[in-house]
Design a protein around this ligand. Structure first.
Ligand SMILES: C[S@@+](CC[C@H](N)C(=O)[O-])C[C@H]1O[C@@H](n2cnc3c(N)ncnc32)[C@H](O)[C@@H]1O
Length: 287
């Protein structure tokens, strides 16, 4: 593992995920995203809630067996493997973290999916795949890392075939933040997770459209995802000894002290946005 360095410096997002991947995945039921909880009494485990959120995303893509799918910011590949198996799709996962690529590749091999999923260190802001090379794409809690989401969507619009669908999950500002405490929590999340600014729904939809995609659906499932943060925050706090070896002081403070309260920010929604590359599916669409 590389040494911890200050966030936002030359360390970058890939280095950050190299460092926090394992301890975070342990706290999140194996995933690196929040879960979907049916309500306050939902007895699901974090892993079950994580699977439910993954299914919520992949169900929007109307996948059919053999579809070529891009997982943008594939993390440790757990969601990638789940989606490939569930839909019979062929999935390429990209991340900036070499550690995640190794781990995801090992997981795919151990799950008998080596022929249908593959992983690369590949920047979502500099996609080098050919035009129209994917039938669908998804990004679970990844686009938030871009300073300008339009840049990500423009690259995805190019590599999606005409008519292809993209589903992303991301944070969205439902209304202005109500207190200094909430503003400080959001600022700390942005700083420590090296994210871009939080956008309103209309700003978000403008990014999608400017990139040449049509908005098909914009859902806020914040009330179902917010319970994740208290669970994950307390799981991370229990792993504080392992964590403090891996992260900076600022990251440690955020993950152990602040993250558990992130779900209190009801002004912040959890958007599931589905967009479509305009145009009819063509024969060239499937290379
Ligand atoms: C919060 S994790 C989510 C991982 C996975 N989608 C999941 O839900 O388990 C964010 C992921 O986005 C990736 N990421 C961030 N910026 C990226 C970029 N510019 N290009 C490719 N991947 C990126 C990180 O490396 C990490 O794998």
């Amino acid at each position: 593992m590389p040494e911890a360095r200050e966030p936002g410096g030359e360390s970058g997002v890939g280095d950050f995920y190299d460092r926090i991947n394992d301890v975070t995945a342990d706290a999140m039921g194996g995933f690196l995203h929040g879960g979907y909880w049916e309500g306050a009494d939902d007895p699901s485990t974090v892993e079950e809630a994580g699977i439910r959120l993954t299914d919520f995303v992949s169900d929007r893509l109307r996948l059919t067996p053999g579809d070529r799918v891009l997982d943008v910011g594939s993390g440790n590949g757990k969601a990638t493997a789940h989606i490939a198996r569930r839909h019979g799709a062929s999935v390429t996962g990209i991340t900036l973290s070499p550690h995640q690529v190794r781990q995801a590749t090992d997981l795919a091999g151990a799950s008998g999916l080596a022929g249908s999923v593959e992983f690369q260190v590949h920047d979502m802001l500099a996609l080098s795949f050919p035009d129209a090379s994917f039938d669908a794409a998804y990004a679970i809690e990844t686009v938030c890392h871009a300073q300008d989401r339009t840049d990500v969507f423009a690259g995805l619009a190019r590599v999606l075939r005409p008519g292809g669908l993209l589903t992303v999950t991301d944070f969205v500002l439902l209304r202005p933040l109500e207190s200094d405490d909430h503003r400080a929590l959001v600022d700390a999340a942005i700083k420590n997770y090296q994210q871009g600014p939080m956008l309103t729904r209309s700003e978000y939809e403008a990014c999608v459209r400017t990139a040449g995609l049509e908005v098909v659906e914009f859902l806020d499932i914040g009330e179902f995802v917010r319970p994740s943060y208290r669970v994950v925050g307390s799981n991370l706090a229990r792993s504080w000894e392992a964590l403090k070896e891996l992260v900076t002081e600022s990251e440690f403070h955020y993950m152990v002290e602040d993250l558990g309260r992130f779900g209190d920010i009801t002004e912040l929604g959890y958007a599931v946005v589905t967009a479509r590359r305009p145009g009819p599916r063509t024969a060239e669409g499937r290379n």
